[in-house]
Design a protein around this ligand. Sequence first.
Ligand SMILES: N[C@@H](CCC(=O)N[C@@H](CS)C(=O)NCC(=O)O)C(=O)O
Length: 205
Amino acid sequence: MYKLYGVSSFGSAITELMLTLVEEPYKFIDVDGFDTAGPMRDRLLEINPLAQVPTLVLENGEVLTESAAIALWILDRHPQYAPPIGTPERQQFYRLLIWIVANVYPTFTYGDYGERWVEEEATVLTENLYRYRESLWLWFETQLGAGPYIFGERLTLLDLYLPAMTRWRPRQAWFDQHTPKLAAVANQVRALPQLNKVLGRNGML
Ligand SMILES: N[C@@H](CCC(=O)N[C@@H](CS)C(=O)NCC(=O)O)C(=O)O
């Protein structure tokens, strides 16, 4: 069985949602406390030099990190959770998937741990990254159509980022006000009965 290293309400929830949606069983290994020095961090560092979650260990012992890489790996076996290959929607799926992990996710890497990167101006860095993140989400909103999901009627693995990321700063009330389409997709995913348990465990309902 796969082993997923994670912490409740962290990015490992995105991978949990994906594995649950496609009904791939996994064992969750709680590494709460991994982001500060200590045994949990040491444990994660043994398999992921960035000490980040999600970190997935496959049945053959291979380590898979990066939520987008995990999504693409899942799609190899469950292709119905992305728009069909060769369509404009498929291109946009690739674009937005990579766009989130390349642009939005790093604002957490630097903003949530400002003191790692600058000794004295950590608060300024964090605040500036919050504002930048808001501007990123405002652009993402312009890419959305009438719903109910990012790609209309088709639920894709990309949708599963939203119930998690809208719980993180700038948080739900901001998304409700400024990015209503994005917030609606997140709520649509929250309403899926097969994801209820994982969402509940991660405080994302
Ligand atoms: N690019 C990675 C980012 C993962 C990431 O930043 N995860 C956060 C938790 S939500 C983390 O582990 N942060 C701790 C750190 O960066 O030290 C992905 O898409 O999986």
